[in-house]
Design a protein around this ligand. Sequence first.
Ligand code: PGA
Length: 254
Amino acid sequence: MSRRMLVSGNWKMNLNHLEAIQLVQKLSYELVDHDYEAVEVSVHPPFTDIRSVQTVVEADRMEFVVGAQNCHWKDSGAYTGEVSPPMLAKLNVRYVIVGHSERRQIFGETDETVNLKARAVIKHAMTPIVCVGETLEQREAGEAEATVEAQLRGSLRGISVEDLSALVVAYEPIWAIGTGRTATPDDAQAMCAHVRAVVDSIRPGAGADVRIQYGGSVKPVNAAELLSRPDIDGALVGGASLEADKFARIVSAG
Ligand code: PGA
């Protein structure tokens, strides 16, 4: 088993490009070489910041990789306000978050559009981080596993075993995002194991290699325990990724 941890900072709609440069510079001081041996680190700024972050990361040979938070699935065309996968690939973006629950809930994304986006990201030689997760109502009704399974089957349709093995799934229970409520490490582990089993049933053989992040109020205080669980291969971090010292402590916990 050789899955490398991936800790990703999802900045959401925060920081202009000047603030973004400051944050990656602070982060590069906080992280030491040793941190990157065990953990791959990606930062996902808003679109308007990506070029600036890419330039600093490459000029100063920082070891993070640059990510994006979303994209359209077409290469180009009359889609006002959208950004395409080849535009991101040209900025050396490596990971693209697709189907974040905020996109699904606020912007009406469905498993079908998430699937189109994931496949478009793969087509342009980047890696999707496909987000899934249940609401509190679904968890309380005992439907969490079935909800996540349906999201995975819909979002990962038509992806080859090789591409599925290389992909990242982020399990983010919606009730834990930005709320300060974290799933217990046991609950998070159980659902990540379920995600792995579902991925393996979609494409036999892919389950062992797919990387599964946990997300939802990950903080320095809970990161080590979450990341020590066998099926949790990293974290997708929102709020705490906006503070260099906190994010660095989460990375060090991996
Ligand atoms: P949070 O966000 O860490 O602020 O809960 C996680 C996410 O939405 O990816």
